[in-house]
Design a protein around this ligand. Structure first.
Ligand code: AMP
Length: 217
């Protein structure tokens, strides 16, 4: 399987789609947000700094995230492909990633952009909850993403939690940051002819069908 980069505004469905791809193609789902949320729980200056940045929708430093990513994709389980969810987040990270791929002898693969209306994404934020244990994402505002038992993970039985940065105010900042810093990546990768767009406005099944079709082409 090719390496896959998912690019989308927050709450467009990157995490949900990455989890479906992981299951279907048996390749790792690398969510830099999940890795950072784990690190933010460490009782250290770095842990507290990451926690503050995540809660306020501020990017962590490029250096930190690039080191985290290099370590992660160097692991054996990434040899047959992987899904990147949340990285790269800006052009500097994309350039550093390009160099990293060369050094590690890996291929860029393809870039899937999940397009979504700002208002639809914002409305998903209110209902988004996730499992702190297995990272499964649910949404009480969507029939297909509501957990069977209220507040409990269908997969592992853990109590579901709401992310501290999933509130309307932080969301608007995160969305603006996406437009300003992350969306230029679409042009960056378009020039390399590796970008595919899917419509993320109609929920997870519709998004997944479109992605699987692209991967099968
Ligand atoms: P996410 O789960 O992808 O929405 O990420 C949650 C938060 O983690 C972001 O708002 C940033 O604070 C941080 N983060 C995740 N990925 C990156 C990245 N590639 N570069 C910088 N900060 C990141």
């Amino acid at each position: 399987m090719k390496n896959i980069i998912l690019i989308a505004a927050p709450a467009a469905g990157k995490g949900t789609e990455a989890a479906l791809l992981k299951k279907e193609y048996n390749i790792p789902h690398i969510s830099t947000g999940d890795i950072l949320r784990e690190k933010s729980m460490e009782d250290s200056e770095m842990g507290r700094d990451i926690n503050y940045k995540i809660n306020n929708g501020i990017f962590v430093s490029d250096e930190l995230i690039i080191n985290i990513l290099r370590e992660r994709i160097s692991k054996k389980d990434c040899n047959n492909g992987y899904i990147l969810d949340g990285f790269p987040r800006n052009v500097a990270q994309a350039e550093a990633y390009q160099k990293m791929l060369e050094e590690l002898g890996k291929e860029l693969g393809l870039v899937i952009v999940i397009d979504i209306d700002k208002n639809i994404a914002a409305s998903r934020i209110a209902g988004r909850i996730s499992c702190p244990n297995c990272k499964e994402v649910y949404n009480t505002n969507s029939k297909e993403l509501t957990p069977i038992k209220e507040g409990i993970c269908d997969k592992c039985g853990e109590k579901l939690v709401k992310r501290a940065d999933d509130n309307e105010e932080t969301y608007l900042d995160r969305y603006d940051t996406y437009i300003e810093k992350t969306s230029p990546l679409i042009d960056f990768y378009d020039k390399q002819g590796v970008v595919y767009h899917v419509d993320g406005n109609n929920g997870k099944d519709s998004t997944h069908r479109q992605v699987v079709k692209i991967l099968g082409e």
